[in-house]
Design a protein around this ligand. Structure first.
Ligand SMILES: [Fe+2]
Ligand SMILES: [Fe+2]
Length: 157
């Protein structure tokens, strides 16, 4: 824990840690959703969609890593049991389509997930803008990538 980091983050540091942990749960679920969907998709254009899903999955995992580091710096504990991911997630988990040729459903589920992530990070931005500059910068970086993810998948429809 960084004592100075906590002090700099301001008086609502515990609330920030709580929201960072909810976003951390979202990132793990998004990682797994995209990763396993990429494995399952079949059909003519499946390779391209699966490639993009795998790229996103890698970036969601990086986001989880960055959030975990910041949570620890602020004296928190990243959710340490996977069952807590479902309990605390805002954006939830969408199982890959039953019909593994249904690329359209996989793409729409991804877009929904990205839009949810964008609202989560928008809220975290507002929460940290005035008080916690370090977290704010991290959130801007993640938010930019989520916006790019949404755009990429919109263009696949
Ligand atoms: Fe993410
Ligand atoms: Fe994303």
């Amino acid at each position: 824990m960084g004592e100075k980091a906590r002090e700099l983050a301001g008086s609502n540091v515990d609330r920030i840690v709580e929201e960072l942990n909810k976003a951390y749960a979202d990132e793990w679920l998004a990682f797994y959703q995209y990763w396993v969907t990429a494995k399952l998709l079949e059909g003519r254009y499946a390779g391209h969609v699966a490639g993009e899903l795998t790229r996103l999955a890698t970036e969601e995992l990086e986001h989880a890593d960055e959030l975990a580091e910041r949570i620890v710096q602020l004296g928190g504990r990243p959710l340490a049991h996977p069952k807590q991911w479902m309990e605390q997630s805002t954006c939830g988990y969408k199982e890959p389509p039953r019909d593994t040729k249904d690329l359209d459903k996989a793409i729409r589920d991804t877009i929904d997930g990205e839009r949810c992530a964008i609202s989560v990070y928008k809220k975290l931005s507002e929460m940290t803008r005035e008080t916690d500059h370090v977290t704010f910068q991290l959130i801007q970086h993640i938010l930019e990538e989520e916006l790019e993810h949404e755009d990429t998948f919109e263009n696949l429809l």
